[in-house]
Ligand binder design. Structure first.
Ligand code: NAP
Length: 251
């Protein structure tokens, strides 16, 4: 991974001194991040815009997305469970190439940890947000991604979606992330033929509204790690399940 990073630095240096077309050097990319008004999504928007990438951050309620707006990025309305909202976003972004899509929006959705008290309507909603939402958004933005050079789709999953590491509880959340992982694998097989890299990532246990105050990983460290991993991706990584430090997670 570091090797590829060094190649990029080399290409950038050569391009700077006139040896290569600029398109071969590292250039600012256009990135769309869902659920960017707080938590991990907001931190992605902060770090990517700070380094010069063109960021489109989505929020269910853009008027209330004060911190996101303060970054000076483009803010768009999006509820990933609402097909009309997803289609409206795609219409507003028609003709805008997107290099990297980060499907970050998600919910914990688990009020019960025992099967006897599991609420299936709640589980269905968790699937709608965590499993179907990223697929809906990716499908709607496929023309934008095809027009972009990066052709990279990241879906924020969780080790909680690892069947091998399942120690019980959190029925809805675990199953929703496992479904997301499977969706991603199918998508990777199909889009890989066009040179896409589509992966699922575990951000660590992160100090956000979802992760709670006791979480050991700060959003800035989780996101810095994920950006480093994403920057270093190559086509061999298509379909992978990686954590924020680049480790492969068992399915
Ligand atoms: N924090 C952790 O320890 C941890 C660990 C593993 C995986 N993850 C994953 O990381 C991602 C981000 O989590 P986080 O910790 O940053 O959580 P968070 O602070 O609770 O933020 C969740 C984000 O998702 C948005 N969202 C929720 N439902 C949505 C919907 N229907 N449509 C569009 N956006 C919606 C929220 O928007 P609103 O403000 O409008 O609700 C918010 O922007 C999630 O996919 C989560 O499963 C987190």
């Amino acid at each position: 991974m570091r090797y590829r990073f060094l190649i990029h630095i080399g290409l950038a240096a050569v391009a700077l001194f006139g040896g290569l077309p600029a398109s071969l050097a590292d250039e600012p990319q256009t990135v769309l991040i869902t659920g960017a008004n707080r938590g991990i999504g907001l931190e992605f928007a902060r770090q990517l815009s700070a380094r010069g990438d063109s960021v489109i951050g989505t929020a269910r309620k853009p008027d209330e997305a004060i911190e996101l707006k303060d970054l000076g990025v483009r803010v768009e309305q999006l509820d990933v469970t609402d097909s009309a909202s997803v289609q409206a976003l795609a219409a507003r972004l028609q003709g805008v190439p997107i290099d990297l899509l980060i499907n970050n929006a998600g919910i914990g959705g688990h009020t019960a940890n025992s099967f006897a008290t599991t609420d299936f309507d709640e589980i269905a909603h968790t699937f709608d947000v965590n499993s179907l939402g990223p697929m809906r958004v990716t499908q709607a933005l496929l023309p934008n991604l095809e027009a972009g050079e990066g052709k990279t789709v990241v879906k924020i999953s969780s080790t909680m979606g690892s069947i091998e590491q399942n120690r019980g509880g959190y029925y809805g959340y675990r199953a929703s992330k496992a479904a997301l992982n499977m969706f991603n694998k199918s998508l990777a097989a199909e889009l890989g033929k066009q040179g896409f890299i589509t992966i699922v990532m575990h951000p660590g246990w992160v100090k956000t509204r979802m992760g709670g105050a006791g979480a050991p990983v700060e959003p800035k460290d989780s996101v810095a790690g994920m950006i480093e991993v994403i920057d270093a991706l190559n086509t061999e990584d298509n379909g992978a399940f990686l954590d924020y430090q680049g480790n492969t997670i068992p399915w």
